[in-house]
Design a protein around this ligand. Structure first.
Ligand code: CTP
Length: 399
């Protein structure tokens, strides 16, 4: 599975750096092309020569070693990689990667790469448990980085607890799993809608909602990272579209979103409708600004099409259709009825009135309700982490 894969192994300065030697060796034996990047601190634990001999490739340590190439080396290596593995990852590199400090070759390259990055944190257990380290880990994960959980046991410093770099065989198993997920949707088309629709009232006013697009954009990013062809159809959103989309369509009204969705629906394998679509639009859109009078103003609204319901009617058995339900009461009951009415494979339900859930913010609390009546209750997680669970469930339905 790792044959000809281009892997950068970043080695930082912790006692577990010696285990990185075996990781490099195992990566090489499984067919990967391995380029090791070491920090200056890592060189106090293992030598460049060791990695060079094992990988058969030059080892990079600092920005200035080859001055004539310094301005391109960290960029070209960053672009070359299929995957970056930082093992061991010290508290220092996790903090630098999170806040974007680029003060040596490895941290600079981490900013420049678009390849998936996997960290294997290893350090003293108090350092690992420290809220600062945990916050950096959470933030990197929210941006799509993968973490290999440290093992527990007697640490080099004499303490007992979590913080040990897992055995090289276990790190390899994680890397293989990550590579298999990276291809799990290869050849599949995933259609995602996100954000909120906007229904104009006059050239100045409109009816909208609080959707930020974050959950749908995170789902699109997750589908891209699994190798799918991803079409993202968006209403109003406050975040940037993820890299690697096959198509990005910006829409305004529910009618526009419907047309864009229908144009890409027929050959989609998985369709995820995270968009907050307005159920009603103003019946008359004034050509000019509506002027105030002394009387109250009544706006007449008419029904918008229910896009998801229409897709449920068109859906073939080989297509997976997933909807969202944002509720403020009777969550399970309303979500269940939408699941049936709209002919969905499963529905992602969230009570938007709960702290940590809903439209704005990076976290959500969801329940996944399936056709067979089973309900999965998920704890508070980042929207990116939830996207991974949602895609896992979608993939298993596809099979
Ligand atoms: N949806 C849609 N078109 C609409 C309304 C909703 O495609 N006109 C989709 C949403 O993208 C979401 C699901 O239907 O996946 C449920 O949306 P929600 O607004 O929670 O429910 P509604 O069906 O509008 O029902 P209600 O207004 O009664 O809550």
């Amino acid at each position: 599975m790792l044959k000809d894969k281009k892997v950068i192994l970043g080695v930082t300065g912790g006692i577990a750096a010696y285990k990185a030697v075996e990781i490099a060796s195992r990566l090489k034996k499984s067919g990967a092309v391995v380029r090791v990047v070491m920090t200056e601190e890592a060189k106090k634990f293992v030598t460049e020569l060791t990695f060079q001999e094992i990988t058969g490739q030059p080892v990079t340590c600092n920005m200035w070693a080859e001055v004539q190439h310094f301005n391109v080396a960290h960029i070209s290596l960053a672009q070359w990689a299929d995957l970056v593995l930082i093992a061991p990852a010290t508290a220092n590199i996790l903090a630098k990667a999170d806040v974007g400090i680029a003060d040596d070759f490895l941290s600079t390259m981490l900013l420049a790469t678009k390849a998936p990055v996997v960290y294997a944190p290893a350090m003293n257990t108090n350092m690992f448990r420290h809220p600062a380290t945990q916050a950096h880990i959470a933030s990197l994960k929210a941006r799509g980085a993968k973490m290999i959980e440290p093992a527990s046991g007697l640490l080099a410093c004499g303490a007992v607890g979590a913080g040990r770099l897992p055995e090289p065989a276990d790190v390899m198993a994680e890397i293989e799993k990550i590579f298999s997920v990276m291809r799990s949707l290869a050849g599949k088309k995933v259609l995602v809608t996100a954000g909120g629709t906007i229904e104009p009232l006059d050239p100045i006013r409109f009816i909208a909602n609080h959707s930020s697009g974050r959950q749908g954009y995170a789902i699109a990013a997750e589908a891209v990272s699994r190798g799918a062809e991803v079409v993202l159809i968006s209403g109003q959103a406050t975040v940037e579209p993820p890299a690697g989309l096959s198509k990005f369509v910006k829409t305004t009204t529910a009618h526009q979103m419907r047309a864009a969705v229908l144009a890409d629906f027929a050959d989609a394998d998985i369709v995820i409708k995270a968009a907050a679509v307005a159920d009603y639009r103003p019946k008359n859109v004034a050509e000019n600004k509506i002027k105030k009078t002394d009387r109250d103003l009544v706006i007449e609204l008419e029904r918008n099409p229910d896009i998801l319901k229409e897709l449920g009617e068109l859906k073939r058995p080989d297509q997976i259709l997933i909807g969202f339900a944002a509720e403020t009461q009777n969550l399970l009951q309303y979500a269940q009825s939408k699941l049936e009415k709209k002919n969905l494979d499963f529905i992602v339900a969230n009570d938007v009135s709960r702290q940590g859930a809903g439209f704005q913010g990076d976290t959500n609390i969801i329940k996944i309700i399936s056709r067979d009546g089973s309900t999965e209750d998920l704890p508070l997680m980042t929207k990116r982490e939830l996207s991974s669970v949602i895609m896992d469930r979608a993939e298993s339905k596809l099979k």
